[in-house]
Design a protein around this ligand. Structure first.
Ligand SMILES: Cc1cc2nc3c(=O)[nH]c(=O)nc-3n(C[C@H](O)[C@H](O)[C@H](O)COP(=O)(O)OP(=O)(O)OC[C@H]3O[C@@H](n4cnc5c(N)ncnc54)[C@H](O)[C@@H]3O)c2cc1C
Length: 237
């Protein structure tokens, strides 16, 4: 529900108040000009579902609009959640994320969403772009914790090539070319694709191409977890 009338957004907030978790912004840092890391703290003891790495949360970014984000770190017991915001400046979510400061309060919705760390797999391949760096970081850290293999691939603007390094994320960078000439990057991961969970996020168009490519290589549908984060010309997925 990216956009709803203000009266409905207000009604939802009071009717489902148990799903809106008050949080305070306790730390903010700009890892780069357009990459902002924000720490939210609150009481997460009453979340309806436990957070699983890969899950998303939602914020009401204006009176009428909601936007999804993926925590890079989440600790239910300590009540801490961190998000990496890509400040592309093209919509209300980005403007809201640019404005938030230490001491501000807001409400966090979730966690939920389609993607969750697949504990059955021992190898993980995480794909995304600037908007997915939080997800990549979260899945990567979870895989390391479990002694699993994890390969991240990010299609990034060349001016953002150093961003994964800022997060201590081992990552293969690709240019944003929709895989027209760079498909072999997937092959670098190795021939053993059967035991691998694939998490495809970011630009809807790239996900579509990559999913088709993996399917053609014999990867089973159940191994492929997809969640588009944005689509050209479409506000608020
Ligand atoms: C499940 C989910 C999880 C997400 N997690 C994160 C996250 O952790 N961090 C994060 O920064 N973002 C994340 N996003 C993406 C974020 O919600 C989008 O960037 C969203 O579009 C931002 O909202 P907006 O209001 O700024 O722009 P919108 O109003 O949604 O879009 C305005 C315009 O900007 C374009 N646009 C949106 N994103 C991009 C982009 N990346 N590059 C170029 N053009 C773009 C759209 O196509 C549209 O034309 C997530 C999205 C989803 C669906």
């Amino acid at each position: 529900m990216p956009r709803v009338p203000k009266w409905m957004a207000n009604a939802m907030e009071s009717l489902f108040s148990g799903s809106y978790h008050p949080v305070q912004i306790t730390a903010v840092s700009y890892l780069a000009d357009h990459l902002k890391k924000v720490r939210f703290e609150g009481d997460f003891s009453k979340l309806s579902k436990p957070f699983i790495p890969g899950n998303v949360i939602e914020f009401r970014v204006t009176d009428t609009e909601f936007r999804h984000y993926t925590p890079s770190f989440f600790d239910m017991e300590k009540g801490v959640c961190e998000v990496l915001f890509y400040l592309h400046g093209k919509g209300p979510g980005s403007v809201w994320a640019e404005r938030i400061r230490v001491g501000d309060t807001t409400k966090l919705l979730g966690p939920g969403g389609k993607i969750r760390f697949d504990g059955q797999a021992t190898r993980h391949l995480c794909f995304g772009d600037e908007t997915s760096l939080g997800l990549l970081k979260c899945l990567y850290d979870e895989a390391l914790k479990r002694n699993h293999q994890c390969q991240c691939i990010a299609e990034l603007d060349p001016t953002h090539a150093e961003w994964p390094g800022l997060l201590e994320l081992k990552c293969i960078n690709m240019e944003k070319d929709g895989f027209t000439g760079d498909r072999e990057v997937i092959d670098k991961i190795g021939p053993d694709l059967q035991d691998t969970a694939f998490y495809l996020t970011g630009n809807a168009k790239s996900i579509q191409i990559l999913r088709k490519y993996l399917t053609e290589k014999g990867v089973a549908g159940k191994q492929i977890h997809t969640e588009p984060y944005w689509s050209e010309g479409k506000p608020g997925l």
